[in-house]
Ligand binder design. Structure first.
Ligand code: ADP
Ligand code: MG
Length: 420
């Protein structure tokens, strides 16, 4: 038996995906998309804030230069130095606030920046949403107001009593509002999560998967590739652990070994490409999908595996809890999602739309591996309603289609055992 070689020399031409030209999107969504596209109007505002950052940089060095000059000429009293340093801290904190608004606001309201895996990705950016942003801003404002208050108390002889009083009252107001915002964001998130689980149960038994896969834990910076691989493999919810190396390349009658060897290098994950394994039952589609998933986990990428029915339940649960957008955004933390067994269960128009939204959301933003017993041009047999062609279009645009042909490996094993 010839085992599958990891680093095949295959670098020949990228197999072209059969052109599937259909209506690009259902007409009902066009108006919504047009409205959604207006978010780009906000983009220049963030560049305006970048200019404001520049002003703060200028102000900072001005203050610093003045401080240095006073120290050199011996005119700096202790109180003066303390006040000047506090002023510098104040400028830095406002600059931090600005960068938080610029990056977080752009990421939340305009477009993904795609920092996943970047070594300088801020910890909070991986789970930023408008709620998180509000709390972050409120706490940053509390920080700034406490520096101001400190400045007043350091220079207490030159500060009017009513300024001190109002400074303290305003500072307390900032603290109370930040505490209320932080408190509200906690129960709100927990409530949405509970509703999500309730809806899952109402939809029928949830497919077996380890608890970690239900909600994606926040990512504290990019995980080092060499550590945490086992945790990522456990969290991915694979039905069984399979390795590409265990795949018998001789078994399927038709099998593009070079393409799969190239996929094993995971470039498609880096370029947000997709992979579709198509073939009859038992030809190893799930095995290869899991093999690539395991390898991605070992390379430091987060992966989530589920059957198409499992994804349908998950997305429907999120939608009925009114948090489909949040769910899709949370899935961005996983550079690779695996949707197994497309075709075994037909989906109604509403569920098909959910799949369309998943594929459209991840388009050029994350990777999908899909396994199916039928080619893409027959997916309209699986996905009801008008969503199938638009979904196939997006999925196939940057996809590697791998066809497997032959008898079921399960059957072969069974018959050879029986013959033995
Ligand atoms: P499919 O998803 O195409 O229905 P699976 O990937 O579930 O098929 O394969 C069924 C079983 O046969 C799995 O245990 C898998 O590991 C094994 N298998 C299938 N093809 C091969 C192969 N070429 N080499 C080794 N094991 C295989
Ligand atoms: Mg399978």
């Amino acid at each position: 038996m010839e085992r599958f070689h990891l680093y095949g020399s295959g670098c020949e031409e990228w197999p072209t995906v059969q052109a599937i030209t259909r209506d690009p999107s259902p007409p009902t969504t066009t108006l919504g998309y047009a409205l959604f596209a207006t978010r780009w109007l906000q983009a220049p505002l963030y560049f305006g804030l970048v200019a404001a950052q520049g002003v703060y940089v200028y102000k900072f060095f001005n203050e610093l230069w003045a401080l240095i000059l006073r120290c050199i000429t011996g005119q700096a009293t202790e109180t003066y130095v303390m006040l000047a340093v506090l002023k510098l801290v104040d400028v830095v904190m406002i600059a931090n606030l600005l960068i938080m608004v610029i990056v977080g606001g752009y990421e939340t309201f305009v477009s993904r920046i795609g920092l996943q895996g970047h070594r300088d990705q801020p910890e909070w950016l991986s789970h930023v949403n408008s709620n998180v942003l509000k709390v972050k801003l409120a706490t940053a404002i509390v920080g700034i107001s406490s520096v101001h208050l400190l400045q007043m108390f350091v220079d207490v002889h030159h500060t009017a009593r009513h300024s001190l009083l109002w400074g303290t009252v305003i500072h307390m107001a900032f603290i109370v509002s930040a505490a209320i915002l932080a408190y509200m964001s906690g129960p709100m998130a927990a409530h949405a999560e509970r509703a999500h689980h309730r809806d899952h149960r109402a939809d029928g038994p949830e497919p077996a998967r380890p608890p970690a896969a239900v909600s994606i834990p926040a990512q504290a910076g990019p995980p080092p590739a060499e550590t945490g691989a086992e945790e990522r493999i456990r969290a991915a919810g694979f039905p069984a652990r399979k390795a590409l190396e265990e795949f018998d390349a001789e078994h399927p009658r038709a099998f593009d070994r070079e393409t799969v060897a190239r996929l094993g290098k995971l470039d498609f994950v880096a370029t947000h490409g997709n992979v579709v394994f198509v073939g009859p039952p038992g030809t190893g589609k799930t095995h290869l999908a899991v093999g690539l998933g395991v390898r991605a986990c070992q390379a430091g990428r987060r992966v989530l595996f589920d059957t198409a029915a499992g994804w349908a339940a998950r997305l429907a649960g999120a939608q009925s809890a009114g948090r489909l957008t949040e769910e899709l955004t949370a899935l961005d933390d996983c550079p690779l999602l695996i949707v197994d067994e497309v075709g075994y269960v037909p989906f109604d128009a509403a569920t098909s739309r959910l799949f369309f939204q998943l594929v459209a959301h991840r388009y050029e933003r994350g990777s999908l591996i899909v396994t199916s017993d039928r080619p893409l041009d027959r997916w309209d047999e699986v996905f009801g309603g008008p969503a199938a062609p638009a979904m196939v279009d997006r999925l196939a645009h940057h996809a590697e289609i791998v066809r497997l042909e032959g008898e079921s490996y399960r059957m072969r094993r069974a018959t050879s055992e029986w013959a033995g």
